[in-house]
Design a protein around this ligand. Sequence first.
Ligand SMILES: Cc1cc2nc3c(=O)[nH]c(=O)nc-3n(C[C@H](O)[C@H](O)[C@H](O)COP(=O)(O)OP(=O)(O)OC[C@H]3O[C@@H](n4cnc5c(N)ncnc54)[C@H](O)[C@@H]3O)c2cc1C
Ligand SMILES: NC(=O)c1ccc[n+]([C@@H]2O[C@H](COP(=O)([O-])OP(=O)(O)OC[C@H]3O[C@@H](n4cnc5c(N)ncnc54)[C@H](O)[C@@H]3O)[C@@H](O)[C@H]2O)c1
Length: 487
Amino acid sequence: MSTPQALGTAEYDVIVLGAGAVGENVADRAVQGGLTAVIVESELVGGECSYWACMPSKALLRSAQVLRAARRVPGAAQAVTGELDVAAVLARRDAFTNNWSDAGQVAWLESAGISLARGHGRITGPKEVTVTAPDGSVTVLRARHAVAVATGSDAFIPDIEGLRDAHPWTSREATSVKSVPASLAIIGGGVVAAEMATAFTSFGTAVTIVARRGLLDGMEPFAAEMVADALRADGASVLLETETTRVSRTADGFTLELGDGSTVEAEQLLVATGRTPRSSDIGLETIGLTPGAWLDTDDTLLVPGFDWLYAVGDVNHRALLTHQGKYQARAAGDVIAARANHEEVSDAPWGTHVASADHRAVPQVAFTEPEVASVGLTAAAARAAGYDVRAVDYEIGHVAGASVLADGYRGTARMVVDEERQVVLGVTFVGPDVAELLQTATLAVVAEVPLDRLWHAVPAYPTVNEIWLRLLETYGRPVTQREQMAA
Ligand SMILES: Cc1cc2nc3c(=O)[nH]c(=O)nc-3n(C[C@H](O)[C@H](O)[C@H](O)COP(=O)(O)OP(=O)(O)OC[C@H]3O[C@@H](n4cnc5c(N)ncnc54)[C@H](O)[C@@H]3O)c2cc1C
Ligand SMILES: NC(=O)c1ccc[n+]([C@@H]2O[C@H](COP(=O)([O-])OP(=O)(O)OC[C@H]3O[C@@H](n4cnc5c(N)ncnc54)[C@H](O)[C@@H]3O)[C@@H](O)[C@H]2O)c1
């Protein structure tokens, strides 16, 4: 280790460790609440989502989605006779990541009045973070009020023989790919695996998914079936309930040995088996916490046992999604300011300073073919949670708006209802272009709009939103409270 070159000190109201989308929002809200804030970043300001996750992966997926949409509509289909221009897709992805430059985000930090300390930060005591800059200089930062850990997560590499030594791709290499491989094996069956399989299949790569359980576990089962069917129809091989027992590197790429004794050969290998917290080297041991662990929090994102330590975003493992992390960040930044300013804290469920939606109302879109857009509880999760559940399904292709959108539209929607209160607990849409339907479902779940009132939210004709009308009609018109009282 190099000798520290200089030792500076600085004091701020709030120190945010990690300048991903989440850390940026914690700092921004704290500054808007009248506090001073410094953010510590060892890589690129903007974090995983901007450079190696959400944005580049969606850029890799979008062009093929547009092409598929055009091919489903006669008139347009005849106009698109060429193949996907993969080089142009990669160039568009590069533009989305600003060629992995964070200059724009640094300018935003400045405009928002947030100080930036470049370097690796470690907690070195209560309300203290020591930053080692790339040039070896050391600065000790002290916080008057709070330290917020927003260090995110890394790809988890499972303990499969030979895997680590084979140096497989993680999501970082897959999303920043410069030239596409002829064949790609993917270990894992989650959202990263499904999205990257969709993208690389569209590039002409021969993809093999090896998932030790199902595809998209945790979502409604029909979503996994439709995505697996579409991948197979596009030429991918989808092996479910299949263990990978050993991985080795060959002259041409990789060999995967599977639980049934068969093998898979591929030029490249992507491991997409979940995430591990970036908390092993941030000084947690100096304050009595366990390095490498996810950081538990209460609903104000405060770590139990501390009145100054917050954990926000992926690192707290509440919901590993950018939008949920930013939602937590707004609550955390605001509550840090409220506590510092001795203002009232609103920490009852659904209050200003809590991230209540993390528990039962998380929206997510898997940008696969077909897309999977879901919010709240699946039927199985709702039953497991003890609700009296009725699940209502409807084919989206039977809705007039969907038939206009694409010939032969195939999609399914499920609404999960709490029969006791007659409110929506969860919704899943699977089909082309369903992502933009999701916010209506999120509103219904979060606001707990009674079904008899939802009947009055009339979807415009002919849009795919008419799926709501069909789901409600299939459920049957509930008796309104007023009618119940009159009876
Ligand atoms: C391939 C892929 C696609 C995804 N797509 C989506 C999507 O479409 N939609 C969605 O909502 N979510 C998506 N996600 C999840 C999303 O990327 C994460 O939930 C999100 O990036 C978490 O943000 P964060 O700020 O908590 O962490 P990060 O974005 O990881 O930011 C943490 C920052 O902290 C810095 N840091 C860590 N330790 C230190 C330290 N000791 N000192 C200084 N700096 C430090 C890191 O360098 C990093 O910049 C995707 C994830 C993957 C892997
Ligand atoms: N569009 C989106 O919103 C989006 C896109 C990509 C990623 N993400 C988020 O990023 C996070 C990471 O995604 P992910 O797909 O890596 O994780 P995931 O948790 O969604 O899926 C992990 C997969 O790895 C498998 N797995 C776990 N341990 C394994 C082992 N030891 N051996 C073999 N297989 C194993 C699991 O069975 C599962 O199929 C998720 O939380 C996800 O929500 C979101």
